[in-house]
Design a protein around this ligand. Structure first.
Ligand SMILES: [Zn+2]
Length: 575
């Protein structure tokens, strides 16, 4: 090896050795809070990454959703290549959707590449990894798992018994905070959340100490859910808020920091440690939920008068909406709350079916579900009741881009939208057409539902335009564009990472493990984090493709119905 003046110098590393890599995912950890609490000495372990390692903000996927974000993180591919855009996949033809899981991912994760290279991996709780994949090692699937008793919850299948034992008899695939918050049981909910962190950490430690591994990844989603429900308590507390509620987010960050310390100690000094979050967190101003009303007031979306007058009479085709109506009638509200707590997006997605049933498609040029910051054009030839002619598609998109982008808050005069993105401008690859046509990026300013346009027109999206639902009312935290990345260990240098992208994590892990990096990745190795000697000695291998072309969605409707039904059945809500 050349370029090493003194092989024995302090801080030097043995370049021929390939360090193990431990990736700790902390969902929605947000740079501003982390850095503020590091400065206060509250997060000593994350503080080491900042002061001694490579550290920076990590740019998430355009719609900031956890499902595509983690999928991009572990594959190095943009959503146009791995095909996952949300926890559900839309079928524009029928205005319907299906729930997705890890089997919908069309790209190889870094653990698939490492397994092919005969390297040993351990993977715990990465979102969208159900059914657990056959890897050279172990996998405990993530929050898309219908049940911890399902044979596909773990690989190998019999590992699930060991997971439960390691977790003290019961393992929580999801902290289920929502159901407690909806019921007003904040202390119990937070107890369960911390308990859930301990259980996940115990399972990770168990697998790290009982199996050999070259790369290990565990994700904690508790930091995401706590911010969704307690952002207001932290940022703008009410007199009635308990100190536990006010400090719920900080307490979760502190707990996770202790877990990070324990895991990196267990992994040892010969390991490169990586901490990452899939996006940040911020106040949720509710504009996405008001977006359907916004489109209505722009004359682009229209409700059937009948549904306004007589209440809901859904006529939608699609088994999912029928199923929902059936379930909705039969379920006591307490169970519905429970469902919303277990898998909130299932509950919320069901509301979408109900809201779409009220639309007059013959007068609707564009629509959105009130949850995603994304808009579909109701296009002739694509949607079954599409009305926008293909030659008008771009004009309708441009009109929305112009109108939304020029809107300001009436009271402050500040813009509400940073930009509106065309899907093909931010995604590339064979699965771009799974994305809605436009993606809206809001400004970071707080709530404002009173809108003014340059021509003086005003719109008021008052509370009555927001869905009246206990879950929605309690949600007050949303996702921010940037998460964090911190890297420390042998071969890693102290650096302030600029412009790190979420797709850069997978190639960086593969590089550190000296494994081939697929040629069609969108991410690149975070070279700024790596010691020059290591960069010089290890040129990096490339080879192969990470994008899978297989798996077209023939038989969509039946598959969709089965998917929804199976999930609900697994949760005990339908027979
Ligand atoms: Zn997330």
């Amino acid at each position: 090896m050349t370029g090493r003046a003194d092989p024995g110098a302090a801080g030097d590393v043995e370049m021929s050795a390939i360090p193990k890599v431990l990736v700790i995912g902390l969902d929605a950890l947000t740079p501003r809070l982390v850095e503020e609490w590091i400065a206060e000495g509250r997060l000593p372990n994350l503080g080491k990454f900042l002061s001694q390692g490579a550290w920076g903000a990590l740019n998430s996927v355009p719609n900031r959703n956890s499902a595509p974000a983690w999928s991009t993180m572990v594959t190095g591919l943009n959503p146009g290549k791995h095909g996952i855009y949300w926890f559900t996949e839309d079928n524009p033809e029928s205005y319907d959707y299906k729930f997705v899981n890890g089997s919908f991912r069309r790209g190889k994760a870094f653990w698939n590449v490492l397994s092919e290279e005969k390297q040993q991996v351990g993977i715990v709780n990465v979102p969208l990894t159900f059914p657990a994949e056959t890897v050279n090692g172990t996998m405990v699937a993530g929050l898309d798992s219908p049940s911890v008793d399902h044979p596909n919850f773990t690989y190998p299948p019999d590992l699930r018994t060991e997971v439960k034992e390691a977790a003290g008899g019961e393992y929580h695939v999801h902290p289920a905070l929502a159901q407690y918050v909806v019921a007003g049981k904040i202390d119990e909910g937070l107890d369960r959340l911390h308990n859930s962190i301990d259980k996940r950490s115990a399972v990770a430690k168990h697998l790290m100490s009982t199996r050999p591994w070259d790369a290990f990844m565990v994700v904690f989603t508790e930091s995401d859910v706590v911010q969704h429900f307690f952002w207001r308590h932290m940022a703008n507390p009410s007199p009635g808020d308990s100190s536990r509620a006010i400090n719920a987010i900080r307490g979760t960050y502190e707990h996770l920091d202790r877990v990070v310390g324990e895991l990196i100690e267990l992994a040892g000094d010969d390991t490169v440690h990586v901490v990452v979050s899939d996006h940040g967190a911020r106040y949720d101003h509710g504009l996405a939920r008001a977006l359907p009303s916004w489109l209505e007031q722009l004359g682009l979306l229209s409700y059937r008068d009948e549904s306004r007058r007589t209440g809901l009479r859904p006529f939608m085709v699609g088994t999912a909406s029928k199923l929902y109506r059936q379930v909705d009638k039969r379920l006591p509200s307490e169970i519905k709350h429970k469902l919303s707590g277990r898998l909130p997006w299932i509950h919320r997605r069901m509301q979408v079916m109900m809201s779409f049933a009220k639309l007059d498609w013959a007068k609707t040029q564009a629509y959105t579900d009130g949850q995603r910051p994304e808009i579909w054009v109701n296009l002739k030839g694509r949607q079954s009741q599409g009305i926008v002619a293909p030659e008008d598609y771009e004009r309708v998109r441009q009109e929305m881009i112009d109108r939304l982008s020029s809107a300001v808050c009436s009271t402050t005069g500040k813009p509400l939208v940073r930009r509106v993105m065309r899907r093909e401008d931010v995604y590339s690859g064979p699965y771009v057409d799974r994305s809605p046509d436009l993606i809206v990026e809001w400004m970071d300013e707080g709530a404002c539902l009173d809108i003014r346009y340059p021509d003086g027109t005003e719109l008021s999206l008052t509370k009555q335009h927001l869905p009246d639902d206990p879950y929605d009312r309690l949600l007050n935290g949303g996702h921010d564009q940037h998460g964090i990345v911190g890297i420390i260990g042998p071969g890693v240098r102290r650096a302030s990472l600029q412009d790190a992208q979420i797709a850069d994590i997978a190639p960086t892990v593969l590089y550190l493990r000296d494994a081939p990096i697929p040629e069609d990745l969108d991410g690149v190795v975070l070279e700024a984090a790596i010691e020059p000697q290591l960069l010089e000695s290890r040129k990096g291998k490339t080879g192969g493709s990470a994008v899978r072309q297989d798996g077209d969605d023939a038989g969509y409707s039946e598959e969709e119905a089965a998917e929804v039904h199976d999930r609900l059945q697994a949760l005990g809500y339908v027979e």
